[in-house]
Design a protein around this ligand. Structure first.
Ligand SMILES: Cc1cc2nc3c(=O)[nH]c(=O)nc-3n(C[C@H](O)[C@H](O)[C@H](O)COP(=O)(O)OP(=O)(O)OC[C@H]3O[C@@H](n4cnc5c(N)ncnc54)[C@H](O)[C@@H]3O)c2cc1C
Length: 410
């Protein structure tokens, strides 16, 4: 292909995880000619395939961070899209439970910071109220803070629907397209070298998750390094569904938010995630010893879980960096936007991140109105569905279980 024949895009998005899918949806919706390059054969196959599927309110976010602002914006943006596209979503609410007197004494401070973060619906509840809501909880629970807005969604169908909508409106979604390098040509556009040939684009967006620092080096020495943080999970059989209504959170420690016990949007009770630093950036493994500890913890929180089998275990890697906050860098001169280190809230904030990116590149083009609803899904194999003739493998274990149990509507 001669240089003149190389297609020219307004924007090239590197990475088809939750963040990239939301960005291509937003920018295509604003009339930009977009291409999304994903190195894997499927979208949503890396960090985004190993999360908890929880949409956080940000009650415990660090004030004045970009993450905090995105969580605030997300409280408005998310519901509108979930409803519009009929995406599986349940506002279960969370209960942050105190198991001893020391934890009880921390609740008022946690409530104050939730209110300061704009989560005004959070409130303390008595032991009686706690057991009225969750009668199967271990009687050792002493009290709790209720956080009404915490929710669960389908963590796979949500981003895939966003990318699919964009594709229907002209975005190019290139799978098995690894971006290998690139340079600015005559200061006017990027020439990206990919495993599927060259791509020209006026603007490049790096949302490469666990490879974010490596991709960043195409434009500049990366100001952040990725330090993967693994989270492991165990999933109980659907037979346990009636044992828990809410997301049960622990009182956080200095180091970690701790392990949760929660229902997935398709009714499986899940325990996890752990927080384990490691160097490998791919194929996170589960370890039986850790899974056994998680199961024991879940059975402490809800003792009757001991009567229900585990149907799946899985692990995901958070794209953590040396900083807690997101790395959002707009390099206008070189036409490069960095959206890196979206560590542990990217499913909750992806729409807000996408809005932020779109506003920062200040396009004046009109907003395309995507038709309501998502297209019907057709099951074409155990783990694969089709939408409008485009096939997608269900990469997230919680979504796969929902489709297997026929809880997910086609
Ligand atoms: C254990 C765990 C629990 C979590 N729980 C929650 C939760 O409950 N709620 C929540 O909101 N968030 C949660 N998260 C966080 C959330 O999953 C992440 O913030 C989000 O998935 C990050 O998405 P991403 O698109 O930035 O990264 P990724 O999903 O990793 O996507 C990046 C993509 O870029 C691609 N890529 C990389 N390099 C290249 C290249 N050179 N060329 C082409 N493509 C490339 C990769 O293949 C990948 O698909 C959790 C994460 C983990 C791991």
């Amino acid at each position: 292909m001669s240089s003149a024949q190389v297609p020219v895009y307004d924007v090239a998005i590197i990475g088809g995880g939750t963040v990239g899918c939301a960005i291509v949806h937003e920018l295509t919706g604003r009339g930009l000619k977009s291409v999304l390059c994903e190195q894997n054969s499927q979208l949503v196959q890396e960090a985004s395939a190993g999360n908890s599927g929880i949409v956080h309110t940000g009650f415990d976010a660090t004030p004045s961070t970009i993450e905090h602002q995105c969580l605030e914006d997300a409280r408005i943006l998310n519901k509108a899209i979930y409803n519009k596209y009929n995406l599986p979503f349940e506002e279960r609410g969370a209960l942050l439970v105190a198991w001893n007197q020391e934890q009880m004494s921390k609740l008022p401070l946690l409530l104050k910071s939730a209110h300061n973060n704009g989560v005004t619906g959070a409130h303390l509840i008595s032991r009686e109220d706690l057991f009225r809501r969750e009668p199967h909880l271990n009687p050792a629970a002493m009290g709790a803070m209720a956080i009404p807005g915490e929710s669960v969604v389908d963590p796979w169908l949500t981003p895939v629907t966003l990318a699919h909508k964009a594709w229907r409106h002209g975005a190019k979604i290139m799978r098995e397209c690894k971006v290998l390098g690139g340079h600015l040509e005559k200061g006017s556009h990027w020439l990206l070298e990919t495993s599927k040939g060259p791509i020209k684009s006026r603007l490049v967006i790096n949302c490469a998750g666990l490879q974010g620092d490596i991709v960043e080096a195409i434009n500049q020495p990366s100001p952040f390094g990725i330090h993967p943080r693994k989270g492991q999970f165990a999933v109980f059989d659907q037979s346990a569904a009636s044992l828990l209504q809410s997301i049960i959170l622990p009182v956080p420690s200095e180091r970690t938010k701790g392990v949760l016990v929660f229902p997935s949007v398709y009714g499986n009770i899940v325990v996890g995630p752990t927080a384990e630093d490691q160097t490998a950036r791919e194929n996170p493994q589960v370890h039986q010893k850790v899974i056994d500890e998680l199961i024991a913890f879940a059975q402490f929180v809800v003792p009757e879980l001991a009567e229900h089998p585990i149907v799946a275990t899985y692990a995901g890697l958070r794209p953590a960096t040396q900083m807690k906050d997101y790395h959002f860098i707009l390099d206008k001169n070189r036409g490069w936007v960095t959206v890196g280190g979206i560590r542990s809230t990217g499913l909750s904030t992806c729409l807000a991140i996408a809005r932020r990116v779109a506003n920062s590149i200040s396009t004046s083009q009109p907003h395309v109105t995507y038709p309501e609803q998502r297209p019907k899904l057709k099951r074409i194999a155990d783990d694969t569905v089709e939408m409008d003739g485009m096939s997608y493998r269900i990469t997230h274990p919680l979504a796969r279980l929902g489709f297997t149990n026929k809880r997910a509507k086609l």
